[in-house]
Design a protein around this ligand. Structure first.
Ligand code: ADP
Ligand code: GLC
Length: 526
């Protein structure tokens, strides 16, 4: 027997009030299955990177994993990204689904079912066929025409929203970060009556360009105003997305509150306050298939909570791979962009303290030359105990989560952060600054949380070297007590940060917007 029902939802479901009906009816016996009746929705996601096709950071992880989670909510996503050379190389099996002229450029649109994603690739060689990365040239500088590259991506997004691809049309368009922000503007300009959501993954990147570029965007003149793209006399693609989308989300509820303050609003606090009623925070999830220590192909020995002692093989592999002097002292690792945002400059002053306590530190990443120089100097002074590995390696990131004891994430601000979520799942204990998503996903091992068996890591005050050292010191003290450490690892590995709950919140938001969508023309008359 199969019974169908609809799930009751409240208006603020995406904030966490959603009620999920059970899959089976308690006490009704295994033959009674309740099937959630979802109205299927088609979503177009517009973004600048998607794992595993092209990745520079956490944005790619989210774009690559959220669609899979949304499928179980009845939501089918097609994801539009630029056809960078790496994206084309990674999606060889593809077909042309459109050819168009956009912003004076000839564009080919490819469709590819690639790594479980339904990708649409915007192929415009003059803008995307470059030797560097998605945003930077091979010298590490921003491409001078990034404004045009991502305006084109956004304009193609709007065109797909209007005309569809083959016989597929989206019910909603989900924009990610400034690179997709103008999609909302192009859709408004063309009067396309489909709801839009923009997710802010990092408010520090706003797509701000000189106002004299505005005419080249091909938008109506009146869009250059305080309610549109105009931003302190310049133009901002992110502001366009925030002002002109139907809903605005960011990647943790804490960050959603922080960005409304002048202190953390990065100049956008006022703009965000004006959209307060449609702003919410939905914490990121992780792809639990890819980040699973029991099946991870990148690590030396697979393990789970029941076989956690096998971690030591990964620990040895870390020592060998990174050239650490072998020993019992804790291994601390940092897998990060090496930037001020990530607080990596706070590490050098605590290195001596780490080494004095018999611990070792591995830092892997790329970034700010000054920070790299200072850390390289520390690595030279403490050879075999401090290692700096400059580069981006998915494989090394997995091994470090599986084989280091402590993962340090000293961000000055952190919209969500994924590294600490991977660390928790792999039984590496996070030391994090108390900010954004870090504050809400890691539970500090204070007396109360320790007594309650809830602690999963250590917090410190963002930006403070002294407080960072104290948190590391607390972690190292816990590490010396095998029972205490085992309890922490168990609690960390039991925390679940899969996508299920957050995908449900996105699904609630999408459905509410699709059901209640007010065409922009009517909205303006209100
Ligand atoms: P952000 O996107 O701000 O850089 P997140 O914590 O959300 O921060 O995501 C960072 C992602 O990039 C994670 O998947 C992390 O493993 C990965 N990452 C960062 N630096 C490196 C590196 N040097 N090598 C491999 N992966 C890295
Ligand atoms: C950004 C943020 C990071 C977040 C990621 C994915 O890069 O800096 O905190 O986890 O986007 O949303």
């Amino acid at each position: 027997m199969t019974r169908k029902f609809e799930i009751a939802r409240s208006d603020n479901d995406e904030q966490g009030a959603g009620r999920t009906a059970p899959d089976t009816f308690p006490g009704a016996g295994p033959e009674v299955h309740l099937v959630k009746r979802f109205e299927p929705l088609a979503v177009l996601a517009v973004a600048s990177e998607a794992f595993p096709v092209v990745k520079t950071g956490g944005l790619a992880d989210v774009i690559g994993s959220l669609p899979k989670a949304l499928l179980s909510q009845g939501i089918a996503t097609r994801t539009l990204i630029p056809a960078y050379p790496m994206a084309l190389a990674n999606c060889e099996d593809r077909e042309i689904v459109g050819q168009m002229s956009v912003l004076g450029e000839n564009v080919t649109l490819w469709a590819s079912h690639c790594h479980e994603l339904e990708l649409l690739l915007v192929d415009c060689p003059s803008l995307f066929d470059r030797r560097g990365g998605p945003y930077l040239d091979d010298q590490g500088s921003d491409y001078a025409d990034n404004w045009r590259r991502f305006a084109l991506l956004s304009a193609v997004g709007a065109k797909i929203a209007a005309e569809g691809v083959d016989d597929w049309r989206p019910d909603l368009v989900h924009l990610h970060d400034w690179q997709a922000g103008l999609t909302a503007a192009y859709m408004r300009a063309a009067g396309i009556d489909i709801p839009t959501v923009i997710t802010i993954h990092n408010l520090a990147f706003q797509g701000q360009f000189p106002a004299n570029l505005f005419p080249a965007l091909g938008l109506p003149e009146h869009f250059f105003n305080v309610d549109g793209l105009e931003y302190y006399g310049d133009i901002s693609f992110l502001k366009a997305g925030i002002r002109l989308s139907d809903a605005v989300t960011t990647v943790s509820p804490t960050y959603a509150r922080e960005i409304l303050t002048e202190e953390q609003g990065m100049g956008m606090a006022g703009v965000l306050q004006s959209r307060r009623s449609v702003l919410s925070g939905i914490v990121n999830g992780i792809d639990e298939d890819i980040w699973n220590p029991l099946t991870d192909p990148y690590i030396t020995e697979n393990y789970d909570l029941d076989t956690i002692e096998r971690r030591k093989e990964n620990r040895q592999a870390v020592e060998q791979t990174f050239g650490l002097i072998p020993g019992d002292g804790a291994i601390l690792s940092v897998v990060s962009r090496l930037t001020w945002q990530k607080g990596i400059d706070l590490l050098a002053p605590v290195v001596q303290g780490i080494v004095d306590r018999g611990a070792r530190l591995i830092v892997i990443g790329e970034g700010d030359p000054d920070i790299v120089y200072t850390l390289a100097d520390q690595a030279r002074r403490h050879s075999g105990r401090v290692v700096l590995h400059i580069g981006f390696s998915e494989e090394a990131a997995h091994l470090l989560h599986a084989g280091s004891d402590i993962v340090v994430q000293p961000s000055r601000f952190e919209p969500c952060g994924l590294t600490q979520l991977y660390a928790l799942r792999y039984g590496a204990i996070p030391v994090v600054s108390r900010t954004g998503g870090l504050a809400e996903t890691v539970i500090d091992a204070n007396e109360a949380a320790t007594a309650a068996g809830a602690a999963t890591g250590f917090h410190f005050h963002p930006g403070s070297v002294e407080d960072l050292y104290q948190a590391i010191d607390r972690a190292l003290t816990a590490y010396e007590n095998a029972d205490a450490w085992n309890r922490l690892q168990t609690q960390a590995m039991r925390t679940s940060f899969g996508w299920a709950r957050s995908a449900e919140r996105y699904a609630c938001l999408y459905r509410r917007l699709v059901r209640g969508h007010t065409p922009p023309s009517q909205e303006r008359r209100q």
